[in-house]
Design a protein around this ligand. Structure first.
Ligand SMILES: Nc1ncnc2c1ncn2[C@@H]1O[C@H](COP(=O)(O)OP(=O)(O)OP(=O)(O)O)[C@@H](O)[C@H]1O
Ligand SMILES: [Mg+2]
Length: 273
């Protein structure tokens, strides 16, 4: 069933250039409230550029970004945060000279309503309480990624943009972090995640897009791209024709782990079958 409501996020033919390099070419996607959408693609496909542009860190050369049907393409980044668009950046970007707690507090936006605050984040990650005064550099990679997620939650996001949560982490840690996402959805966030770890991304998403060389090569239900499913026999359907949200988090729990080349293979398979 299609929703009559405007999607929470609508990206319409977005083109982004770095000088002469066209990093994104007419990329479109929609994301409904309460949904998790995955953008998968290999190194250099343009995934981070897409998230950074939605967050207001790059000005697009062409195209429109809408939040709740309103054009926010020209809105500066800090006003997008105030509107609830919050990013967990690639590589975490924590403040090395600050403690765990200070890194969390930096994410708080007092004007934003919502259930997330320091106490609630410490509840979500119980191990943090005992280490709240520890310099961030003494934490493991997985712990630092959790702090980056916690910092984003402190802003009470409506739309959480997560860039490569799996980067540099062991499969077990990645899985633990991904298993948190239903709780974030239940608290009111919708999630757009970019990943090279295809298995994790498809496990938690209802819809997936593939980026190849800055262009969207395919889009469809995440279930049609999971490693256990058969290759699609024809191109995926167009993104808007989908259920608003499926609340089930099914999927393979096999040990297959995605990689940049796996992401490319999935995209190519979806694009050319
Ligand atoms: N600040 C920049 N200046 C110039 N070119 C850039 C800049 N940032 C990214 N690019 C280029 O734009 C293209 C897309 O980069 P982007 O970082 O968005 O890809 P990605 O899919 O996130 O890759 P990765 O998986 O390695 O993180 C690449 O060719 C990259 O070299
Ligand atoms: Mg990237």
């Amino acid at each position: 069933m299609r929703s009559d409501k405007a999607p929470l996020l609508e990206v319409d033919r977005l083109t982004v250039r770095y000088g002469l390099l066209e990093a994104l070419s007419k990329v479109s996607l929609t994301l409904a409230a309460g949904e998790t959408v995955a953008m998968i693609g290999a190194n250099g496909a343009g995934k981070s550029t897409l998230l950074r542009t939605i967050a207001g860190l790059h000005a697009p050369a062409a195209g429109i970004i809408r939040l709740d049907g309103l054009d926010i393409t020209g809105l500066p980044g800090h006003r997008r945060v105030a509107a609830g668009i919050v990013m967990v950046p690639e590589g975490r970007r924590l403040f090395a000279s600050l403690t765990l707690e200070e890194n969390l507090l930096i994410g708080a936006i007092p004007s934003r309503p919502g259930a997330w605050n320091l106490a609630r984040v410490l509840e979500l990650f119980p191990w943090m309480a005992a280490r709240r005064n520890r310099p961030i550099v003494y934490l493991s990679g997985g712990e630092q990624q959790a702090v980056a997620i916690g910092r984003a939650l402190m802003a009470n996001p409506r739309l959480l943009l997560i860039d490569e949560m799996s980067l540099g982490l062991s499969p077990a840690v990645v899985r633990t972090l991904y298993d948190l996402l239903p709780e974030l959805l239940a608290a009111g966030a919708s999630i757009l995640l970019v990943e090279q770890d295809v298995t994790q991304a498809l496990r938690v998403s209802s819809w997936a897009h593939c980026l190849l060389g800055g262009s969207r090569s395919a889009a469809g239900p995440a279930s049609s791209l999971r490693p256990t499913s058969k290759p699609p026999t024809s191109g995926w359907p167009a993104p808007p024709a989908r259920p608003v949200r499926t609340s089930t988090w099914s999927g393979s729990t096999r040990s297959f782990r995605g990689s940049s080349s796996a992401a490319s293979m999935h995209c190519l398979r979806a694009a050319f079958h």
